[in-house]
Design a protein around this ligand. Structure first.
Ligand SMILES: [Zn+2]
Ligand SMILES: [Zn+2]
Length: 238
């Protein structure tokens, strides 16, 4: 965490000295909280209002559908995954800056969006973990930063050691469904017995949902009674 705060201070100071251009509209970045993304571009992130799958929250093609074809084909282990917005435009850029340029101040701004979501009652919150190797490379787990903000807002304790990722799985989006499931098999473990608690998993993006589902499967096998997930953005149906 020391490294994260040092990076944060450094990033913030650099931005004050050299105000950057908004990467979306090329205008001046006029909002410190979401810098370099400007206020106007940030305001374009809107909550999903479309008719969505009642399990995975991906937009559905028809209003008479309740559950998407993927969830019917392979019922997820989680009860419901809630997403604030779809992974495109400004949020896509913001998450990229957050994760790969270490602009950890985005944790605040993104968690603020997510805290408008109606979360179910739960006993604990768990960030989707990364491997120790990834943590060392990046210096922080973006899901943990989001979970900390959300946990304090919703008054749900965050347990970041209960679920661990022990296998590097690479870029899931590049793999097909069955390959993805195979790559993630045995990637997560629970580190202690769970006594029937209801858990909310927190992540930044849900693409295929395979990672969140594998986490949910591991938590249920470890003793969780129910698992929900909350993410900042999900991708549309591929
Ligand atoms: Zn802009
Ligand atoms: Zn679905």
């Amino acid at each position: 965490m020391i490294r994260t705060s040092v990076l944060n201070i450094l990033n913030n100071s650099l931005n004050l000295i050299y105000p950057s251009r908004c990467p979306i509209c090329q205008g001046n970045s006029d909002n410190f909280e979401t810098s370099p993304i400007c206020k106007l571009c940030w305001s374009e992130i809107t909550q999903i209002k479309e008719h969505c799958c009642s399990i995975c929250s991906k937009p559905l093609p028809a209003v008479y559908m309740e559950i998407c074809a993927d969830c019917i084909k392979l019922m997820p282990y989680y009860s419901k995954a809630i997403s604030y917005t779809t992974f495109e435009g400004t949020i896509r850029e913001a998450i990229h800056l957050f994760k790969y340029s270490s602009l950890t101040r985005f944790a605040d701004a993104i968690a603020k969006l997510m805290s408008d979501l109606p979360l179910p009652e739960a006993d604990i919150m768990i960030p989707v973990p990364v491997t120790k190797k990834r943590l060392k490379e990046r210096g922080f787990n973006q899901s943990l930063l989001l979970a900390r903000k959300l946990g304090s807002k919703y008054k749900i304790p965050v347990h970041f050691n209960l679920l661990a990722k022990i296998k590097e799985t690479g870029q899931q989006a590049l793999l097909k469904g069955s390959e993805r499931r195979l790559a993630l098999k045995g990637a997560f473990i629970t580190t202690e017995k769970i006594n029937g608690q209801i858990i909310i998993l927190v992540d930044d993006v849900m693409t295929t949902g395979t990672t969140i589902n594998e986490c949910a499967k591991t938590l249920i096998a470890g003793g969780a009674s129910k698992v929900f997930a909350v993410v900042a953005a999900n991708t549309r149906k591929i």
